[in-house]
Design a binder for this molecule. Structure first.
Ligand code: NAD
Length: 267
C-alpha cells in the first residue's frame, strides 16, 4: 500500500539548476572567477548584475553576456566602500528588483613576510576580503529578508582552511579563514529567514591573481604533483559548485564550505 510519507514523487531534474527570474549580483565580475560566475548564472537563466571596482571591466562582462541574448547589467562597485555598496544595491532594487543571489567574489592578496607587512597593506586586504563580504552580505540581506529567499555564496579559499602558502600571505589566510566562519555565522543567523549562506574554497585557479604562480613552471609542476587529482584549475572548474549553491538543488545546504581543491586539503 502506498505510504505518503515515503512514496514521494522523484525530483524534477530539468528545473533543479535553473535560476530563471532570479537577480544575481556578482562582485569582482570584470575578470577571473567573478566573470565566470556571471556567465554561469546568466546561462542558468538569472538576470546578472556584474559589479567591479573596474567599472569598464564589469561593462565588458555584461556586453559579452548580452551578446548571447542573456540579461546582464553592469555597475562600478567597491566592496570595501559602504556608500558604494549601499548605492549599487539600492539602484538595482529600483531598476531590476530584489537581489536573491549574491556571489561575494572580489578579493585581493598582498604577499609579504609577516614581519615586513605594513599595517596599511594588512588593512587593505581585510577591507576587501572580509569587510567587503560583510558589507555586501548585509546589503543583500536588505533585499532577501523581505523576500524570505536568498542564496549567498562567498568565495573563500582552501587557504581559509589550511596554512602553508609559498610565501608570507598572512592577511589572505586570516581573511579567508574569517570568511569561512562568517559564512557559518550568517547561515545560522538567517537560516530561519530563508537565506542560505555557503562558501566555495578553491585551489589554485589560473587568473590574474595567480599569474606569477602559474608563470613559475617549477612551482606549477610541484603543485600538480602534490595535488591528489594531479592538476590545478581554471575558473570554469567552479561552474558546478556555483550552480549547485545558487539553485534549489542545494535547498537544504547552508553554512557549508565547499572545497574545490583537487583533494589538496585531504592530504
Ligand atoms: P582576479 O584578480 O582575477 O579578479 C578579482 C576581481 O576583483 C578584479 O576584477 C578586481 O578588479 C576586483 N576587485 C578587486 N578589489 C575590488 C574591490 N575593492 N571592489 C570590487 N572589486 C574588486 O582574482 P580571481 O582569481 O578571480 O579571484 C576572485 C576571488 O577568488 C578572490 O576572492 C580570491 O581570493 C578567490 N580565490 C582565487 C583563487 C585563484 O587561484 N585564483 C583561489 C582561491 C580563491
Amino acid at each position: 500500500m502506498a505510504d505518503d510519507r515515503f512514496d514521494i514523487a522523484p525530483p524534477e531534474i530539468d528545473s533543479l539548476f535553473r535560476l530563471d527570474e532570479r537577480i544575481a549580483l556578482v562582485t569582482g565580475a570584470a575578470t577571473g572567477i567573478g566573470r565566470t560566475a556571471a556567465w554561469v548564472l546568466a546561462r542558468a537563466g538569472a538576470t546578472v548584475i556584474a559589479t567591479d571596482l573596474d567599472g569598464g571591466g564589469a561593462e565588458d562582462t555584461t556586453e559579452a553576456i548580452r551578446a548571447e541574448g542573456l540579461d546582464a547589467h553592469a555597475h562600478k562597485l567597491d566592496v570595501s566602500d559602504e556608500a558604494s555598496v549601499t548605492g549599487v544595491f539600492d539602484a538595482v532594487r529600483r531598476s531590476q528588483g530584489p537581489v536573491t543571489i549574491l556571489v561575494n567574489n572580489a578579493g585581493i592578496s598582498i604577499k609579504a613576510p609577516t614581519e615586513a607587512l605594513s599595517l596599511a597593506d594588512w588593512q587593505r586586504v581585510v577591507n576587501v576580503n572580509l569587510t567587503g563580504v560583510f558589507l555586501c552580505a548585509r546589503a543583500a540581506a536588505g533585499h532577501m529578508l523581505p523576500e524570505r529567499d536568498g542564496s549567498i555564496i562567498n568565495i573563500s579559499s582552501m587557504w581559509g582552511h589550511v596554512a602553508g602558502g609559498f610565501s608570507g600571505n598572512v592577511s589572505y589566510h586570516a581573511t579567508k579563514g574569517a570568511v569561512v566562519m562568517l559564512t557559518k555565522a550568517l547561515a545560522v543567523e538567517w537560516g530561519r529567514h530563508g537565506i542560505r549562506v555557503n562558501d566555495i574554497a578553491p585551489t589554485f585557479l589560473r587568473t590574474h591573481l595567480t599569474e606569477a604562480l602559474f608563470a613559475d613552471e617549477d612551482l606549477h609542476r610541484m603543485l600538480e604533483q602534490t595535488t591528489p587529482l594531479g592538476r590545478t584549475g581554471q575558473p570554469n572548474d567552479l561552474a558546478g559548485a556555483l550552480l549547485f549553491l545558487a539553485s534549489s538543488s542545494s535547498a537544504l545546504v547552508t553554512g557549508h564550505s565547499l572545497l574545490v581543491d583537487g583533494g589538496w586539503t585531504a592530504r
